[in-house]
Ligand binder design. Sequence first.
Ligand code: AMP
Length: 467
Amino acid sequence: MSFSSLGLAEPLLRAVAEQGYDTPSPIQLQAIPAVLAGRDLMAAAQTGTGKTAGFTLPMLQRLMESKRKVSPNRIRALVLTPTRELAAQVGESVRNYGKHLPMRSHVVFGGVSINPQMMATRRGLDVLVACPGRLMDLYNQNAVKFDEVEILVLDEADRMLDMGFIRDIRKILALMPKQRQNLLFSATFAEEIRELATGLLNNPAVIEVAPRNSTAERIEQLVHPCDKANKIGLLSHLVTSNDWQQVLVFTRTKHMANRVAETLDKNGVSAAAIHGNKSQGARTRALAGFKDGNVKVLVATDIAARGLDIDKLPQVVNFELPNVAEDYVHRIGRTGRAGAAGHAISLVAADEGKLIKAIERLTKQNIPCEQVVGFEASRETLDNIARGIGAPLRKEPRDPSEQRRVAPRPQGQGQRQGAGRSANGGNAGGARTGNGGKPKPQGGQRPADGAGKPAQARRPRRSTHNQ
Ligand code: AMP
């Protein structure tokens, strides 16, 4: 199946060819004809599936065909995204795919001066890509009005809800003409997303390209059990001993992202952190340095990294596991794009046994586990990993001084010896073990799976600082 058979017009086909794509991805195969036919869309697709082209190409064609003239301060198509990075990337896609069309587009997000954005919207825009917070600021200053919107795209809608943007989104929806085309993209069809979709979408085409929460099979995954205090040393060792040139590292908190990046830098490994407390300039510089090879290690929190599209990123490291198992899938999805090989390593400490078990349940896999010589984990760590024990952790403490709640040590841990080094120690050089290398508990009871569920209540958080 080729792009031309999907009904795309010549200027778009030319732009696609210039990008070097010859075959539409599964989401593009389904989304493009549906959007061209004028249908609303509800699509479950993550970054890496080609979803951006899946909505941008037909959206541009619809705008081209409708030929409406846009009035000052009005927009014809609005794409809402949760983060600045994603907005910038979608904006770039709009420019790339629309380069042979006479379309005016712009990107707006917080953290940078609003004045140039007000200038850009003055003449009206065919496409505006925006983060909700800054868009509302522009609306409140009369720089943008929504009464000529023909197409609305909510990209990564699940994340926008997580970040507390639902109020802004509902306000914006109420200001739009009723007659319009709506496209909703989300990594999952969680209950809140379905609720939002019910009020928003009109008889949508529903597309689910990958089964929900399936981990990309092409990504080679590995767990290194590790004591907490040794994590930075182990990471540093992995980067240098494997001669990694580009690795994206995830931490749970901004504070830890800074600490890891600073320590690596001190150890002679070029590293930078990106998270919501960094200025937009610092984030852009860090990302540019990472993309052009000057920065080997980019350390990011989940929200900052969401939507990052780094071409052929070979390696992801989970310095800390995410509290929400689904975020693991998003994280490792940064690597192994477009058929390229990808590797994801998780450094798992004593309090993360519960989290790794939740991830394995969600992704329906056993992740191989290997000790690293010189950084062998203690018995307790190995035992906790094997048994899925760990502290229930809160989602992203805002203040690094906030204490984690520590779960009481479970009783009756069984024979530690079997769960410890003896199972794994032979592998210390890095060879895999047959059962995935995970030490099996002996005698002790595994906690009921459900009990190990990580914090899943994603309370809406208003966090414009993350935009
Ligand atoms: P996305 O899921 O939209 O973030 O896209 C992920 C990556 O896949 C981007 O780098 C795109 O440039 C690339 N891409 C999108 N569509 C195709 C395609 N049909 N063939 C090859 N690469 C593609």
